[in-house]
Ligand binder design. Structure first.
Ligand code: HEC
Length: 113
């Protein structure tokens, strides 16, 4: 009795395995799409900073009216950066960017060490 079931499930696994391989091409294409999406998200943060922050923090975040941000991740955590974005600082208006944009930028800057 048991052996029969083993045989059955082995056959099933083979069938599933083959099906998975057959569909592999599609899965790969989907993965490629997802990867592209991930890269876009990173570029998004950079894009947002270019549009909103470099007038004060410099084109390469090297500092201008505002302090250098190129290595801000070594000093501030993501949450602390988010706090600066939300509340502003002397000479820096609050909520220049909000919501997802603010979150993305804070994450991106916190990785600059
Ligand atoms: C109008 C000019 C201006 C703009 C635009 C601006 N900042 Fe600032 N920012 C400043 C100034 C000035 C300071 C320093 C404030 C102080 O002395 O505490 C500062 C400080 C900061 C700090 C803290 C730095 C530290 O060493 O503590 C962070 C983080 C920051 N800005 C991020 C941003 C981000 C992200 C943006 C874009 C969304 C942005 N800033 C846009 C002027 C600006």
């Amino acid at each position: 009795m048991r052996k029969k079931w083993m045989g059955l499930s082995l056959g099933l696994m083979l069938a599933i395995g083959l099906a998975a391989c057959g569909g592999g091409d599609n899965a790969d294409n989907n993965n490629t799409d997802n990867n592209t999406g991930g890269e876009t998200a990173t570029n998004d943060a950079e894009e947002i900073v270019k549009n909103n922050c470099i007038s004060c923090h410099g084109e390469n975040l090297e500092g201008r009216n505002g302090p250098e941000l190129a290595h801000i991740g070594a000093e501030l955590s993501k949450d602390e950066i988010l706090d600066v974005i939300e509340n502003g600082r002397t000479g820096m208006p609050p909520n220049i960017i909000t919501g997802d944009d603010a979150d993305k930028v804070a994450q991106w800057l916190s990785e600059k060490k």
